[in-house]
Design a protein around this ligand. Structure first.
Ligand code: GLU
Length: 385
């Protein structure tokens, strides 16, 4: 009997594969600098961990049936209203095991099998697989490196195909580090209105934005707010990757399929983790301190990379990735990543893993110590010369 054909045709996650490879090589004693995975090197702030432990001690270890405990959903709704300008109530919030699952839930709830979903490339490695797993058809729209990955209405319009239901956005962007400008948000708003599309806006890097800039949440745009599902999570902003905790905010009339799928697949997110999350939403100072360190690393790492022959790197506006153009002997991004692993012991993600628009690029995470980053630059420099 044949197994699920769609799932068998989907490649595994490139970032997770490379993270596992780095772990295995290090366990074998190899001298490897792993800059592939997007994982904060900070520990979860103390007060979040203590609240989690206290909650376990209080006996909060039973089912938390439903879309999330009310105090957490109320606090998330308040955050979205105050910080993101999204008009919403607790009844529109769904707490999920990780932001990734929130995206799957949202895609699954919005599309029917065979409907099309626009994805702006270069794009995080899991959007297209999630769409396919949900029975949808990804429509890849290439944003161009030479045009600084700018979104225009014309570009969206030219890429539109009949039968499209949904557009996935991810700003601050993984892998390019771009944030959304007002004019890009205007273009998206006009386009989505014209074709009555839904948007999933993955804003998981929202708290990691540099130079005092601020990212835009498209769910704050009144005219399209009833078509936007906003997704966010705690992994990146408060270094809670292993806790698996995310959420979505959905328009009221989309809540039924979202909560039905949630109840049949998740039941409810771990009780004591939800308690700790309430504390995490108040960790403004801790988040600020981590962002300051990321910004120092960004400045030093990007500056140093640009001094290597054949290497060009823009300063990302947000997230913690260096998106680096590397040109040597006509190698493509997979060959380049392999070469750097062999010659320098440095692991980055090949740009081609993010679809079109990432030719000759590699993604290096700077959520690593300054010492590791500077050592990586030294080794890449030697390998490129
Ligand atoms: N989102 C991170 C990354 O892009 C973590 C791994 C993953 O889930 O893709 O590296």
């Amino acid at each position: 009997m044949s197994l699920n054909e769609v799932l068998q045709s989907i490649p595994p996650s490139a970032s997770l594969n490379l993270m596992a490879k780095v772990r295995d090589l290090k366990e074998k004693g190899e001298d490897i600098i792993g800059l592939a995975g997007g994982e904060p090197d900070f520990d979860t702030p103390d007060k979040i961990r203590f609240r989690g432990m206290q909650s376990i001690a209080e006996g909060n270890t039973h089912y938390a049936v439903g879309i999330g405990v009310l105090p957490l959903r109320e606090r998330i709704a308040q955050k979205l209203r105050e910080e993101n300008g999204i008009e919403c109530e607790a009844s529109q919030i769904v707490v999920t095991p990780g932001g990734k699952y929130a995206i799957y839930l949202a895609v699954r709830a919005l599309i029917n099998s065979g409907e099309k979903v626009m994805i702006l490339n270069p794009a995080w490695v899991s959007y297209a697989p999630i769409v396919q797993a949900a029975g949808g058809i990804p429509v890849h729209v290439t944003l161009k490196y030479e045009e600084n990955y700018i979104i225009t209405e014309e570009l969206l319009e030219n890429a539109y195909v009949e039968g499209t239901k949904l557009l996935i956005l991810n700003y601050p962007n993984n892998p390019t580090g771009k944030i959304l400008s007002e004019s890009e948000a205007d273009a998206i708003e006009a386009f989505v209105k014209r074709h009555s599309l839904y948007i999933i806006s993955d804003e998981v890097y929202e708290r990691i934005v540099y130079d005092g800039k601020k990212t835009i949440s498209v769910g704050s745009r009144k005219e399209i707010a009833d078509r936007v599902i906003t997704v966010n999570g705690f992994s990146k902003s408060v270094a809670m990757t292993g806790w698996r905790l995310g959420y979505l905010c959905a328009p009221k009339d989309t809540m039924k399929p979202v909560s039905i799928l949630h109840s049949h697949t998740v039941t409810g997110v771990c009780t004591f983790i939800q308690d700790a999350a309430i504390v995490a939403l108040d960790c403004t100072d801790e988040i600020k301190a981590m962002r300051k360190i990321y910004e120092e690393r960004r400045n030093a790492f990007i500056g140093a990379l640009n001094r290597i022959p054949g290497v060009t790197a823009e300063y990302p506006e947000g997230a913690f990735y260096a998106w680096v153009k590397m040109e040597m002997d006509g190698m493509d991004s997979f060959q380049m990543a392999e070469y750097l692993l062999e010659k320098a012991g440095v692991v980055g993600v090949p740009g081609a893993s993010y679809g079109s628009g990432g030719e000759n690029c590699l993604r290096f995470s700077f959520a690593n110590s300054m010492d590791e980053l500077m050592e990586a630059v030294k080794r890449i420099d030697a390998a490129m010369r």
